[in-house]
Design a protein around this ligand. Structure first.
Ligand code: MG
Length: 159
């Protein structure tokens, strides 16, 4: 069995007048993430980790933000397409481990719903998708609530 590891990282700016989408679900908050798509930073980091593990370039290569068809797109669609690319190369998810850095809102109550949502989109067991939330102790752009960042590590296996 061949195993490959991949990592992904993403940042989006927090602004007024946008919905906050994280881990495929909408979270009530006075600010939302700005981006060409729905700006789901957690999913974008996960997609890049998956693509990296399969050596399939990055999310911007496959879903360019210059293309009108991706304007305000639901990032779950990008994740589903990413999993198709990964499976077309013969790989299946071993596990994913994701860390989201946000000062606010508190994300811990939403983690079970996010895990369930992402597992369904990816067609994997929810036990293979770990999501962790942290703050940066009020330091940096996440600490000042100017943005949210996410890191993802995945393991792919080819049976
Ligand atoms: Mg992004």
């Amino acid at each position: 069995m061949k195993v490959r590891v991949g990592m992904g990282f993403d940042v989006h700016r927090l602004v007024e007048g946008r919905e906050l989408w994280l881990g495929g679900i909408r979270i009530e908050h006075r600010l939302g993430l700005l981006g060409h798509s729905d700006a789901d930073v957690l999913i974008h980091a996960l997609c890049d980790a998956l693509l990296g593990a399969a050596n399939l370039r990055d999310i911007g290569y496959h879903f360019p933000d210059t293309k009108g068809e991706y304007k305000n797109i639901d990032s779950k669609i990008l994740l589903r397409e990413t999993m198709s690319l990964v499976r077309a190369k013969g790989y299946e998810l071993g596990n994913a481990d994701i860390t989201v850095c946000a000062e606010r809102p508190k994300l811990n109550p939403h983690i079970p719903a996010m895990r369930q949502c992402l597992a369904e989109v990816m067609g994997v067991d929810a036990d293979d998708v770990s999501i962790k939330a942290t703050t940066t102790e009020k330091l940096g752009f996440t600490g000042r609530e100017e943005g949210i960042s996410a890191y993802a590590v995945v393991l792919l296996q080819k049976l």
